[in-house]
Write a new protein. Sequence first.
Lengths: 114, 116
Amino acid sequence: AQSVAQPEDQVNVAEGNPLTVKCTYSVSGNPYLFWYVQYPNRGLQFLLKYITGDNLVKGSYGFEAEFNKSQTSFHLKKPSALVSDSALYFCAVRDSGSARQLTFGSGTQLTVLP
Amino acid sequence: DAGVTQSPTHLIKTRGQQVTLRCSPKSGHDTVSWYQQALGQGPQFIFQYYEEEERQRGNFPDRFSGHQFPNYSSELNVNALLLGDSALYLCASSWGGGTQDNQPQHFGDGTRLSIL
């Protein structure tokens, strides 16, 4: 079985400050990890993925994420937050060895305060 | 280059009715997955279609069924609707049919289904 945990329902950060959105996962085999963002009344937009290789992954809009195998984590980060980053963020995992479906976390609402 | 398109945008039904939702994948994609997103929750996988066949299914009852057409578009059918079926239904497309499972899925904006 595969699962994802996003321990924070809500993250607030001031504009210009660094942001972190946390994600931990559980899979039987090697993980494929993804971050998506959802704006109100819209679908999910792909931000970045980790498949293999460098543990630091860079994605769209200045976001990056760090894969930590020992801690089974894949935290989303951005050095300087923008008000326009305010949205709902989802972490997702797929077991590279078996599962075809994505399993999503429950989401973290990010609010960037001006 | 059109992305994933879903129709209709919104739909209101009553308990016991049946509904069909439609999805056109992103150009060049041949694999379609359907997800249910209840209010305040993450998307839950319903099933995935490739080469007009259901390849994998999540933990959803048989009331949920689907179809994929030769042009890769897909339909999601739900029979005997329940109040708990109220949700945003998302379609996602990708390519490779499993041989490129590391590719990200691209999502449409969803169909908001409300059951009265």
